[in-house]
Design a protein around this ligand. Structure first.
Ligand SMILES: Nc1ncnc2c1ncn2[C@@H]1O[C@H](COP(=O)(O)OP(=O)(O)OP(=O)(O)O)[C@@H](O)[C@H]1O
Ligand SMILES: [Mg+2]
Length: 318
């Protein structure tokens, strides 16, 4: 199959697995090609959100428009494979585990913004949105976030022995939740995690997995693309410097405020699962000077100082 897809029709010399359902093919002309099996692709075959077809077309269009995504070589609809350019073996998550090159986060954000702008200016992509990626799905999911965040807040305050602060923090949280809901969403990727950003050493940053288009907020994508969740392997100091660079990379003060708010919800959602590993200390890091966020930070700092646990303000300042 590859021989008919890759220019020059070279043979496959070696095949190795690089991720679940993803293989690296070494060809006889020395080049390397990635083959990804789209496991759920058949279920979408022939639809306007056909996973294989959309990934191929989006990557081709974005690449032609100057965005950095893998060059798509072709698809095999029978076998449900997409063949594309190999972009190295270093994801943003790998970068987080080592010494983060200066400016890496701002380059990730610049590429993300370019992809979103390009998708917004080209016609037709709005009709290719994946199931679950429509505006109303975003509204539904975001509505559910409010309860989960409040649960995270409750669990956290209980540990801090500061439940008396719950009501005032919950009121602010509800206000912010409404403000974020009212912000316009952008068309882009729906799987925004550090493993989907490739950071080949010395080369331009690239984005993977554009087959599932959907509506979401730029700031939420920006935050989650650059937030390593393998907490133990990345120090709090590194996470804080990533956040600092992220805030500086956002295109406007309005966008920084939204990022700050999304960060609050992000940490509280993690806290709903486990407040101890949610890195709540990072909420003391001011991503904006938005007044409600400043007040929340102060209340959280006060609440964290009430119990017998270490105050989290100290962790950040120290
Ligand atoms: N073009 C590529 N160059 C280098 N590595 C790649 C490439 N495509 C995929 N990979 C590797 O394989 C992993 C999984 O690929 P990808 O994210 O595209 O698929 P997935 O997560 O299985 O998602 P889905 O099947 O939902 O599209 C990536 O995190 C990356 O490590
Ligand atoms: Mg992926």
């Amino acid at each position: 199959m590859t021989s008919s897809i890759v220019p020059g029709r070279p043979d496959v010399r070696e095949l190795s697995s690089i991720a679940l359902d993803v293989w690296l093919l070494r060809l006889s002309d020395g080049s390397r090609v990635v083959a990804k099996h789209q496991f759920f692709g058949l279920l979408t075959r022939g639809k306007n959100f056909d996973l294989l077809q959309v990934e191929f077309e989006v990557n081709r269009a974005l690449r032609q428009a100057g965005c950095h995504v893998p060059v798509p070589f072709g698809i095999d609809p029978e076998g449900q494979f997409i063949f594309m350019e190999y972009l190295g073996d270093r994801t943003f998550l790998d970068v987080c585990f080592g010494q983060m090159p200066l400016g890496c986060v701002s380059r990730v954000i610049a590429e993300l913004l370019l992809i979103e702008e390009t998708l917004a200016t080209q016609p037709n992509w709005q009709n290719r949105v994946v199931l679950g990626g429509h505006h109303e799905d975003l509204t539904d999911r975001w509505r559910a976030v409010e309860e989960v965040a409040l649960e995270g807040l409750g669990k956290t305050l209980r540990i801090w022995d500061a439940m008396s602060c719950f009501d005032r923090l919950a009121t602010s949280l509800r206000t912010l939740h409404g403000l974020l809901a009212a912000r316009p969403a952008t068309l882009g990727t729906t799987d925004y995690q550090p493993r989907n950003v490739m950071c080949p050493a010395g080369q331009r940053i690239a984005f993977l997995e554009l087959g599932k288009l959907g509506w979401d907020w730029t700031e939420r994508r920006a935050l989650q693309y650059t937030s390593p969740l393998d907490c133990a392997r990345v120090s709090l100091t590194s996470k804080q410097s990533i956040l600092g660079e992220l805030g500086a990379a956002m295109p406007s003060s309005e966008s920084r405020c939204a990022l700050d708010m999304h960060h609050l919800f992000f940490r509280l959602i993690l806290a709903a699962r486990d407040p101890i590993s949610a890195d709540l200390e990072l909420l003391q890091f001011p991503l904006s000077d938005e007044p409600t966020m400043m007040t929340i930070r102060r209340h959280l700092r006060e609440a964290s100082g009430r119990g017998t646990h270490p105050t989290f303000g100290d962790l950040i300042d120290g």
